[in-house]
Design a protein around this ligand. Structure first.
Ligand code: ST9
Ligand code: FAD
Length: 624
């Protein structure tokens, strides 16, 4: 039986009833992909995920790859290989890639909706399969350089693996502290030297070649390679050398070797590697040759094309895991008989009931359902802004607002999505199974272990909070946030829900006010830290004490709003719903529950932030 329980009905609801993507399917950029085809794709990805991809989920955890230091390899278990191959054979990985390099135009909302099922059933399949998408980043940044365009095509044609290589032992969150360097060769290539850490998919026997996208600091060229992220450039460093025209391997090994694979809490089949470049003592001692992508010093900007996609992936992975975690918990709760109904608890002879009868279990299940559905909506809503970006680009325009709103939402998807999912998987989904949740017979304990990483990699939650406030709100001068707040206000002022959602709309109005006040408070603290205007620089600490808070508070507001929008649609359909009646009733109940449970807390967050002072910053470290 599959560990993976999908929620295709809710995915369809979001795409076709709430965000109405069918309005632009089958026309223009998406001419070859109409709504019926989109539904067929979703059905097939659902089947593939539940059957072929989920099939190796447990085995890959219990029998993970083992690193062989003699050969610098870490072969992938056969069961996982079958899942990976099933995904590659499906061809769905080409959805959304540029047609020029062998992709098929598809709206990001559909790609992420389908992606949820892949990520929920076996996320490492997605991670090993990202070579073609990384090829699309190379294509985008090739600046007309024929060699790089061809490399991108080859990566798609030959389905190579690829990695994003930023982190070093002393450069994690602080990517700009990286020391790996590159020196130019006369033939236009560069030699890379250094050691990178924690690199996902840097070794496997799934593909004939792996292309590493490496951030390194050019050295030995006057005026380049300065400190920080802006001194980094992006180099394409293949595992095996290849003919840059045909793509055929030349038979020469490049001097980039995996020198360790980490032993992890979860996500074990995903090889997390130490990667050593150009060390004469390692492998055959060959130099690690790479090719510069685009211009020097453009590396961090180019890498963010990968990072933005990967942050969306990580958030979606976490949320997908919460959804299947909830559905597993629900199935268990419906059949587990334990205790009497609370109304008859004094009667020792009262019949025993399934645990779904107990108020506390219902509280827990509805909390899980409402968060899983809220955050699914958040992912697809965010992706719908990416649809707008793609549609504008196809007609030669540049939708700056869509780009900014997408940018604003990304740290919410990644930071809020991973935090809420990981916590709820442990405190609610696993908990619903009682002691059985702790056993490996059920998937919950693996879900918890596999989802913890989502709050850590691709920028920890602290980094997401800072990105959200400093870059996506302050640097953007509040434009995207203002737009979002106006959309929420328009919803509040409408007759949404025809009276049935009155209470929840009032809760949302208060929470929106409080969240905006929280942002305002932080902006005041930021301004009061401006030493050039007589401010106290240390007040910036007050901002830093609240960046994660504001991320989570606005996450709650946006999620509540999206669920209430869904409830409005559900209410309008309820009378004629037929077999879908329970589904729509569930949507309404989830929205009301989420609003009542979470929105009043936003006021408390504002209050907490209002009392921020520098006490813990003044405290000597020895007092901790
Ligand atoms: C990792 C991988 O953890 C884990 C999972 C891997 C799974 C497999 C891979 C799957 C990937 C799939 C990819 C497919 C791709 C497909 C694409 C298809 C279309 N947004 O603030 P500054 C840029 S990997 C955009 O001064 P600092 C920007 O250029 C490791 N750009 O930063 C900016 O210049 P400007 C992940 C941004 O103080 C420049 O950076 N590691 C953004 O120098 C400098 O900005 C991390 O994530 C942004 N949000 O450096 C590191 N932010 O301002 C986390 C910055 O002129 N640490 N830029 O525009 C950080 O993010 C730090 O804040 C820092 C700070 C490094 C940026
Ligand atoms: P640190 O940066 O040392 O952070 C430690 C703690 O300090 C965290 O809680 C952090 O939030 C906090 N902190 C640090 N700086 C600040 C700050 N300025 N303000 C506030 N708090 C701060 N990297 C790649 O390049 N490619 C990959 O493919 C890749 N895959 C990975 C896979 C796995 C399984 C793991 C574990 C990591 C992977 N990474 C990868 C690295 C990952 O992105 C980093 O681990 C992550 O960015 C955090 O860096 P760090 O571990 O060095 O923690």
């Amino acid at each position: 039986m599959s560990h993976y329980k999908s929620n295709l009905r809710d995915i369809q609801f979001n795409l076709f009833e709430l965000f109405n993507v069918q309005e632009y399917l089958g026309t223009g950029l998406f001419e070859d992909l109409d709504a019926d085809t989109a539904r067929e794709i979703l059905n097939e990805v659902e089947r593939l995920s539940r059957e072929d991809l989920a099939a190796s989920y447990v085995d890959s955890d219990r029998n993970p790859p083992v690193f062989d230091p003699k050969t610098n390899t870490a072969p992938i278990p056969d069961a996982f290989k079958k899942s990976y191959q099933a995904w590659m054979d499906s061809g769905f990985w080409a959805l959304g890639l540029p047609e020029e390099i062998g992709g098929q135009a598809a709206p990001p909302s559909l790609v992420w909706a389908a992606g949820e099922m892949l990520l929920g059933s076996n996320a490492p399949v997605w991670m090993y399969a990202t070579g073609p998408s990384m090829g699309s980043v190379i294509f985008k940044n090739a600046n007309g350089v024929q060699r790089d365009r061809r490399i991108a095509e080859i990566m798609v044609e030959r389905q190579w693996g690829a990695t994003m290589v930023l982190t070093e032992p002393d450069a994690g969150s602080d990517v700009g502290a990286g020391k790996t360097f590159a020196t130019p060769n006369e033939d236009g290539s560069w030699n890379i030297s250094g050691v990178k850490r924690f690199i996902t998919s840097a070794e496997s026997d799934l593909q004939e070649n792996i292309m590493h996208l490496v951030l390194a600091r050019p050295k030995g060229v006057e005026g380049v390679g300065g400190p920080g992220t802006k001194g980094l450039s992006l180099f394409l460093v293949p595992k095996y050398h290849f003919d840059h025209e045909s793509g055929d391997l030349t038979g020469e090994r490049n001097g980039v070797y995996v020198t360790n694979v980490e032993h992890k809490m979860g996500l074990k089949v995903s090889n997390t590697c130490e990667l050593t470049f150009g060390d004469p003592q390692v492998g055959g001692g060959e130099p690690a040759k790479g090719w510069l992508l685009g211009e020097v010093h453009d590396g961090i900007r180019q890498m963010f094309d990968v990072i933005e996609n990967a942050r969306m992936m990580v958030g979606t992975k976490a949320i997908a895991t919460l959804s299947t975690g909830y559905l597993n918990a629900l199935e268990y709760a419906k059949s587990r008989v334990q205790g009497a109904d609370l109304t008859r608890s004094a009667d020792k002879t009262a019949p025993r009931v399934t645990i779904t009868h107990h108020p506390d279990v219902r509280r827990s299940l509805m909390t899980q359902k409402s968060f899983a559905e809220a955050m699914r909506s958040l992912v697809i809503y965010t992706a719908s802004w990416q649809d707008k970006v793609a549609l504008a680009k196809a007609s030669g325009e540049h939708d700056k607002l869509a780009e900014a709103v997408n940018d604003l939402l990304l740290p919410i998807v990644k930071g809020y999505g991973s935090e809420r999912s990981w916590v709820l998987l442990g405190t609610e989904s696993l908990q619903t199974l009682g002691g059985s949740g702790f056993l490996q017979e059920y998937p919950l304990e693996q879900y918890v272990r596999d989802a913890k990483i989502d709050t850590l990699y691709e920028g920890t939650t602290a980094i997401q909070g800072q990105d959200f406030f400093f870059r996506k709100i302050v640097k953007d001068q509040g434009r995207a946030l203002g737009h979002l707040a106006n959309e929420i206000t328009a919803f509040l002022e409408s007759e949404a829900g025809n009276g049935r959602l009155k209470n929840e709309r009032a809760l949302l109005a208060t929470a929106l006010d409080d969240a905006q006040a929280l942002v305002g408070l932080m902006i005041n603290d930021l301004m009061s830290a401006d030493a050039s205007n007589g401010g106290d620089l240390r007040n910036i600490y007050k901002v830093g004490l609240n960046t994660t808070r504001v991320l989570m508070a606005l996450g709650d507001v946006v999620c509540a709003w999206l669920l209430l929008r869904g409830a409005e649609v559900a209410l309008a359909k309820l009378d004629t719903a037929g077999a879908d009646k329970s589904f729509y009733e569930g949507k309404i109940a989830a929205a009301q529950w989420f609003a009542q449970l979470n929105l009043p807390r936003v006021s408390a967050e504002r209050k907490i932030a209002e009392s921020t002072d520098l006490a813990i910053m003044d405290l000597d470290e020895s007092a901790f």
